[in-house]
Design a protein around this ligand. Structure first.
Ligand SMILES: [Zn+2]
Length: 272
């Protein structure tokens, strides 16, 4: 990072009224893979689309088998220095709000408030038939009861918990239905590919961006319009956009400041 960039970034943050837009790159230092980042080629599965999920009981069964194991990795993750720095900037009043594309809850775990989870959160599941919500901890306990040996058996074969499951392993998994109506259309309360972010949530994000003196993008390559539209909106209004991300982003041409460096180094440095 050059001194000039550092000072411009610091000036924008010190001026306050900052709205943060964060993405997967902020959580990679917590051990959560960034599927769209530099290591994205390591992704093992095409993302589950909303249409495939609702259209096929076997797609749901496989999703829940992988999710049951993958969620352990996410629930075990802890906020990193970047999350803690954002929470501290919020506490000090420099950051007025946070929009995150992440579903891991790590901003909140670090103590940040006023977090809008653009793509929802993994801490809740929703029944698409009756609309009832259930906590992830609750459904996880029910899945564990329905699959007492699944985790141990898979971990014996795939100790990192993130390896490819065989069809036989997937087929042995027993998903659970809604606690209230029994439907098997139970889905994490996150926005899948092929699904739209609820309109009211998008409007709340636009309002937050319009209230910002600076839009501060952290760890997002802005590959999808879901996040990029807020950067375009800020730039069109003449609001400075500052980006800290490792690697290029689609928002770079619109940025007033771009810092290509690890978030775990840049963000704590802004506190001193
Ligand atoms: Zn239900």
């Amino acid at each position: 990072m050059t001194l000039a960039l550092d000072l411009r970034l610091r000036d924008l943050v010190d001026a306050g009224e900052v709205v943060v837009l964060s993405g997967a790159g902020l959580s990679t230092e917590s051990g959560i893979p960034d599927y769209r980042g530099p290591s994205g080629a390591l992704r093992r599965h095409a993302p589950m689309t909303y249409q495939a999920f609702v259209g096929s009981p076997s797609a749901r069964q496989r999703y829940w088998a992988r999710s049951y194991l993958g969620c352990r990795q996410i629930t075990a993750a802890r906020p990193n220095a970047g999350h803690r720095a954002v929470a501290e900037l919020h506490r000090r009043g420099s950051v007025r709000g946070i929009i995150t594309q992440n579903v891991d809850g790590l901003h909140q775990a670090a103590g940040a408030r006023d977090v809008v989870e653009l793509h929802g959160g993994l801490d809740l599941v929703v029944c698409l038939a009756c609309g009832m919500r259930e906590s992830r901890a609750s459904i996880d306990a029910r899945l564990r009861a329905a699959n007492p040996t699944f985790g141990a058996r898979v971990e014996r074969v795939n100790p990192d918990g993130d390896a490819e499951l065989t069809d036989t392993e997937l087929d042995a998994f027993r998903p659970v239905g809604c606690r209230y109506c029994g439907s098997d259309l139970v889905k994490p309360d996150v926005v899948f590919f092929g699904e739209s972010v609820p309109r009211a949530r998008v409007e709340a994000c636009y309002a937050l961006v319009e209230s910002a003196a600076t839009l501060f993008v952290l760890g997002s390559s802005l590959t999808v319009m879901s996040g990029l539209r807020f950067v375009r909106h800020a730039a069109k209004r003449g609001t400075p956009v500052a980006i800290v991300n490792q690697g290029p982003t689609r928002g770079d041409p619109l940025a007033s400041v771009k810092v290509d460096a690890p978030l775990g180094e840049v963000l704590p440095a802004l506190l001193t």
